[in-house]
Write a protein that binds this ligand. Structure first.
Ligand SMILES: N[C@@H](CCC(=O)N[C@@H](CS)C(=O)NCC(=O)O)C(=O)O
Length: 308
């Protein structure tokens, strides 16, 4: 896990996430400003996202941008799918360049924000072009603030308590649950992670039998936060993270629901299955020593979803 200490980049965090229990623990994000406060006005053309296609947290921000139709209002730089000793990096030109600042690594964005920056170097990053600083690097905040600032309806007041409840379950047992399984360093930690992932899939499958979305007939932030993990499930988590009790395809309601979201306006453009495979099957001493990327599975995300 890359970190910066007083402006210097380190490939390894001196206080790593995995502790002696073998359980993977994700640390909190650190730059938490808000559009609509402290001089960050909601203006089209002002903000920029630094993301990686394969990062599910960054995917939340891309989904919000797409579902709110903000593709022209918020620009994006996409890092290369495989992290290096420099963390997330860019190309000099091509599909993975940084057209905004022309930096070669995401840690340089944090260095531009504050030359003596100390903290984790993660994507997504929401950048303010006007003042040249990072607004926020926590995906949950980015989703919430873009929705509020740019007229979205992903978090309506009357659904807020229900959404919060789903979010809590989905984050710990599903979005992060797959990582708790895939990054576990003991059998026990893996067993716990996998059990949580499938308990939540079973619960949501049953819920979706009688409900179009998680909170009734309105698509909400809770559904948005399910999707990045669903999109990566069969191509990556099932195999690379050993979440293999079932495939997403084996759950009729969840699979139809996932396809319905995929087929919403702009969403398919936020998805890149080949890149998910390259990223999750990167060479890793612990998980994939030879870095060989599997060919399959073949999945038809465009098949009619049959919902609604
Ligand atoms: N809490 C953060 C977590 C973001 C995060 O962990 N991103 C990963 C990529 S999927 C990252 O950038 N990791 C960098 C590293 O581990 O060095 C959020 O949701 O925004």
């Amino acid at each position: 896990m890359g970190v910066m200490i007083d402006g210097q980049y380190f490939e390894e965090d001196p206080a790593p996430d995995s502790e002696t229990s073998g359980e993977f623990k994700r640390k909190a994000s650190s730059i938490r400003n808000w559009i609509g406060q402290s001089g960050f006005a909601a203006e089209a053309g002002r903000y920029h996202l630094f993301v990686a296609w394969n990062c599910p947290w960054a995917h939340r921000a891309l989904l919000t941008r797409a579902l709110l139709g903000l593709e022209d209002a918020i620009s994006v730089s996409y890092a290369k799918p495989r992290r290096t000793a420099q963390g997330w990096v860019f190309d000099a030109d091509g599909a993975f360049d940084d057209p905004l600042l022309g930096v070669m690594a995401v840690h340089e964005v944090y260095g531009r924000h504050r030359p003596a920056y100390t903290g984790r170097i993660t994507v997504p990053v929401l950048w303010d072009k006007q003042t040249g600083v990072i607004v926020n690097n926590e995906s949950a905040d980015i989703v919430r603030m873009l929705n509020a600032a740019f007229g979205g309806d992903l978090y309506p007041d009357d659904l807020a308590p229900q959404i919060d409840e789903w979010n809590e379950l989905i984050y710990s047992t599903f979005n992060n649950g797959v990582y708790r399984a895939g990054f576990a360093r003991t059998q026990e930690a893996y067993d716990k992670g996998v059990a949580d992932v499938f308990a939540t899939m079973n619960k949501v499958e049953a819920h979706l039998a009688g409900s179009r979305y998680l909170c009734g007939d309105r698509f909400s932030e809770a559904d948005l936060r399910m999707f990045p993990t669903l999109a990566r499930f069969d191509v990556a988590y099932h195999y690379a993270f050993k979440c293999n009790l079932h495939r997403l395809m084996d759950y009729p309601n969840l699979w139809g629901y996932a396809r319905e979201i995929y087929q919403m306006r702009g969403v398919a453009q936020t998805v890149n299955f080949d890149i998910y495979k390259q990223g999750y099957f990167s060479p890793s001493e612990l998980r994939n020593p030879l870095g060989i990327v599997p060919a399959g599975p073949v999945i038809d995300w465009d098949a009619p979803h049959g919902r609604g």
